[in-house]
Design a protein around this ligand. Structure first.
Ligand code: GLY
Length: 307
């Protein structure tokens, strides 16, 4: 399945479930001085949970351009080392603002993954926030308990994007690439090895993190999910990393042509990955009028180009 088909399938599925299909915003958040870049699909909707502003819709779905380079949400140092992180990527998401909550979010995630994407259900594992028994009980309708893994706040409490704003417990879906990719027989989601790939995070925003670090209740609780398009494409196209999917292969091939090196060389692979990741990030930043400079966003772009 092509990445463009996955994108459409996702948005169409949530449209069928009563969501408004809303355009993503740019990489430079228009009204959020707490963020260097748009780092998640939820950024444009923060005030829908945190204030009682009138709502144009109570359910939305988007495909959001994201940048995680510079600032708190940066993944820049992981690029090339893993085959699954990016500075620039696309995030598919479905959102509820005081509308549905955990039950529907989980049921629809399962339906989409098993019935629409047709991923074999025995490959799916999930993690949940260890104090969130409600989420565990919902998952038990679909999965045996040994594939429902409790994790701590570090892994399963998401947000806010930036220093303040909506945040809450989350539950993540993983695909199991098999014991031979793991680091030992007891390896589980949450392990940093290559056996489990987290591809979809379902967040249940309930709190509004304040400047002093305290957690106030949100005006409207809800749902905020993020599925990495590059990761789900890798799963659907059964490639060894995100860089061999149709989202990256044309760039990798062009780097081979220009450089004369082969992506198949283990020694060169990290350079291919960094170059293809960073060229996408640079192009999308320049498209939004960010230019290399010595500070802020321009400095991040300069660092990306130099690297
Ligand atoms: N906001 C959900 C995520 O970024 O995973």
């Amino acid at each position: 399945m092509k990445s463009s088909e996955i994108r459409s399938l996702y948005l169409d599925f949530f449209r069928e479930k009563g969501h408004s299909v809303v355009p993503g915003i740019g990489l430079i958040p228009f009204d959020d001085p707490t963020l260097l870049f748009t780092s998640a699909g939820m950024v444009q909707f923060k005030k829908f949970w945190a204030t009682d502003t009138p709502l144009p819709y109570t359910r939305a779905t988007t495909c959001q351009k994201c940048m995680r380079a510079g600032g708190k949400d940066s993944d820049i140092d992981k690029i090339g080392i893993t085959g699954r992180h990016h500075t620039f990527f696309e995030m598919l998401g479905n959102f509820s603002f005081g509308d549905y909550f955990k039950k529907e979010a989980i049921e629809w995630a399962w339906e989409f993954v098993i019935e629409r994407l047709k991923i074999p259900e025995e490959l799916i594992w999930v993690s949940y926030y260890e104090k969130d028994d409600e989420t565990k009980e919902i998952w038990k309708k679909f999965l045996p308990e040994e594939r429902i893994i409790p994790l701590s706040e570090k892994d399963n409490f998401w947000g806010p994007a930036g220093d303040t704003g909506p945040c809450g417990p989350c539950t993540e879906l993983y695909v199991d690439f098999g014991i031979e990719k793991g680091c030992g027989s007891n390896c589980k989601p949450g392990c940093e090895c290559s056996r489990f790939l987290e591809f979809w995070n379902l967040v249940f925003p309930q709190y509004d993190k304040q400047k002093d670090g305290s957690l106030a209740p949100l005006k409207r609780r809800g749902v905020d999910t993020g599925m990495g398009l590059e990761r789900i494409t890798r799963i659907m196209q059964k490639t060894n990393s995100n860089y061999e999917t149709d989202l990256f292969l044309p760039i990798v091939k062009e780097i081979e042509r220009i450089s004369g090196y082969s992506y198949d060389s283990e020694e060169k692979k990290p350079s291919f990955r960094i170059t293809s990741d960073h060229i996408r990030a640079a192009v999308f930043l320049i498209d939004e009028n960010v230019l290399p400079s010595n500070e802020g966003r321009g400095y991040v772009l300069r660092r990306i180009i130099r690297r």
